[in-house]
Design a protein around this ligand. Structure first.
Ligand code: GUN
Length: 299
């Protein structure tokens, strides 16, 4: 029987998206400003095509302007850099997102570095990474980590002095989540595949964020009783008993076992996933306000 509270990321994301849409409407009314988000997809990566379509649809639903660019798989580095340069100069575009992964002939770092930090709604530019780690309020912070923090705040309340363990040290999730939790006055350990005694370390965590990309790695006996568990993993796994070719989504945590022990836990799907786009739209509003010198409305 499940003991943990299931953190409803879908409902929390819908609530945030509503607040972002209201903020966008106020900007239009008070300042004649419609935030605009440009999303660039290179190639035909199937999962990326779905993500990009969802981002564009939800941007429009939130009352903002969406600019979608789909470039062929054989696009060159120079062609992509030229598009980024045009978007940097376009005053109707307040946020720029280049969907990753990029095809092999394109080195992603120079592309991410070329995005104007003021329009960097992914928070991947070194200027924004540096601002985040310096505790500056003017950082644009990557979307999935902000989504994780919103869910943690909702589940835990006061984070001051809590022991947090972040499993996974990627630039997209692990490192920025650790920076955000540190800014909230948690005591943070950033663990990874070479960390000794991962289960023992995880058992010390009041807050455990798992973003390692290994399905079902975290077992029930890795969890401290009552802990808040945030599962960023997303894997499609076969379910042969439901029929041939049938699949389901699963995370990095053994959900059923962990839910017996945790105080609160995110499901997969319906946990962290829905938060990412809501936070992207929020970042677009923040970026638009920054570029126009307007105070950011409450969201
Ligand atoms: N691909 C998977 N996640 C992300 C993300 O957060 N931003 C970008 N740009 N690409 C991604």
């Amino acid at each position: 029987m499940t003991k943990a509270r299931i953190i409803d990321g879908k409902a929390i994301a819908a609530d945030l998206q509503g607040r972002v849409a209201r903020a966008a409407a106020r900007l239009k009314e008070d300042h004649g400003l419609t935030p605009g988000l440009a999303v660039v997809l290179v190639g035909e990566h199937p999962a990326s095509q779905i993500y990009v379509r969802n981002k564009s649809r939800q941007t429009v639903e939130a009352g903002m302007e969406s600019f979608a660019y789909t470039l062929p798989t054989d696009t060159t580095q120079a062609e992509l850099l030229s598009l980024v340069s045009r978007l940097n100069a376009d005053s109707a575009v307040h946020g720029i997102l280049v969907q990753l992964p990029l095809p092999d002939q394109i080195d992603p770092q120079p592309v991410l570095d070329a995005i104007d930090p003021a329009k960097d709604v992914d928070g991947f530019h070194p200027a924004n990474v540096g601002r985040l780690w310096s505790g500056r309020l003017d950082a644009l912070v990557s979307c999935t980590p902000v989504g994780c923090l919103i869910l943690i705040r909702e589940a835990v309340g006061d984070l001051v002095g809590k022991r947090a363990v972040v499993l996974g040290r990627s630039n997209i999730v692990g490192k920025p989540v650790a920076a955000l939790l540190l800014a909230e006055h948690c005591t943070v350990t950033l663990a990874h595949s070479r960390t000794r005694d991962l289960p023992g370390l995880c058992r010390e965590a009041d807050i455990l964020v798992v973003a390692v990309g290994r399905q079902g790695l975290v077992q029930g006996d890795w969890i401290k009783p009552g802990a808040c568990v945030i599962d960023v993993g997303m894997h499609r796994v076969p379910v042969p008993e439901r029929g041939e070719g049938k699949t389901r989504l699963a995370g990095d945590v053994d959900f059923d076992a962990a839910a017996e022990v945790a105080g609160a836990i995110t499901p997969v799907p319906g946990g962290v996933g829905p938060m990412t786009i809501a936070c992207l739209l929020r970042n677009t509003v923040i970026a638009a306000c920054g570029q126009r010198g307007i105070d950011v409305p409450d969201m």
